[in-house]
Design a protein around this ligand. Structure first.
Ligand SMILES: [Fe+2]
Length: 303
């Protein structure tokens, strides 16, 4: 019993056109789905990773997970066993799959779908001490358009982290990968170190969606490109402790973020991974520019 993939996240936003412009600059492609939501996807994938619905202000509309094959009915059973009621899809969303709410009230959709297949890139050819991969060739990147390969994870604010961890592990079968006390927690439903994370706040909220890119060059040049296009490269380049990924956060039009990441910890199902409880100093990063003061601010508390 478990969900196996993070499929997409959906936001309600006051101006879908601005949102579409942001995510297009970020490197996603728009799909005209013929429904009320703007759908955006990595160019190499056949399904969307982000949906934008119209609403009075930015907030999470829903998050969708995939439970392919037998996992779908097993997940439905688990939901029933936990006494969690199925709900009608939120306004505007199609009725596919199972709909429920997590303890924070976030709408969750479980669909009988596997993660979309991301085509593999050619291997990176990096020269490191004793390991020469690139011989007789210049290594500096030509212009690199940011090209997210897939949605990796979402991070939500929560007023009750342990309640969220309990719900997502017990009811939907995610696993806790690591945490930093009651500050932040990271869960996975695939071989990625995390697909869902929670940051402590007074209220629920959407913090960021994170997308894998092909290299550190692509992250840094992607952030520069976003700056050139009038968006705000907010925090990066840096390296997280938990999950180990390089990160670069770009501020979205609503004060939350979209993240480029690269080189995340990979945890196969067979791996005896022991979750660790990191000290607060390790909650955010190993190196990088100082954390901007309002990085952890839940703007959904305002107004
Ligand atoms: Fe992230």
């Amino acid at each position: 019993m478990a969900v196996r993939a993070l499929l997409h996240y959906a936001l309600e936003v006051p101006d879908q056109t601005v949102g579409e412009k942001f995510y297009r600059s970020f490197g996603l492609t728009e799909d005209s789905g013929g429904d009320p939501a703007v759908r955006l996807r990595p160019a190499g994938l056949k399904r969307e990773a982000v949906r934008l619905y119209a609403g009075p202000k930015k907030r999470l509309h829903h998050v969708a997970f995939g439970a392919p094959g037998d996992d779908f009915e097993a997940t439905r059973e688990s939901i029933k066993r936990a006494g969690v009621k199925e709900i009608d899809p939120p306004k505007g969303a199609s009725g596919d799959g199972i709909w429920l709410r997590d303890p924070d009230g976030n709408a969750v959709n479980v669909r009988q779908e596997a993660a979309p297949l991301a085509p593999a890139d050619p291997p990176l050819t990096l020269n490191s001490p004793g390991h020469i991969m690139r011989i007789g060739l210049r290594g500096y990147p030509e212009h690199l358009e940011p090209r997210p390969r897939k949605l990796g994870h979402v991070l939500f604010f929560t007023p009750d982290m342990n309640r969220q961890i309990d719900f997502y592990t017990r009811v939907l079968g995610l696993r806790l990968s690591d945490r930093a006390q009651s500050i932040v927690a990271f869960l996975r439903c695939s071989t990625d170190h995390h697909n869902l994370a929670f940051l402590q706040s007074d209220r629920p909220g959407f913090h960021h969606g994170s997308f894998e890119v092909g290299s550190v060059d692509e992250m840094a040049m992607g952030a520069t490109t976003m700056g050139d296009r009038g968006w705000e490269p907010f925090w990066g380049l840096g390296r997280h402790v938990i999950g180990s990924n390089f990160f670069f956060y770009i501020r979205d039009p609503w004060g939350s973020f979209a993240e480029y990441y690269h080189d995340l910890d990979f945890i196969p199902e067979s791996c005896a991974w022991e979750p660790r409880d990191f000290p607060p100093d390790d909650a955010l990063y190993k190196w990088g520019p100082p954390v901007p003061e309002d990085f952890g601010l839940n703007r959904e508390l305002e107004g």
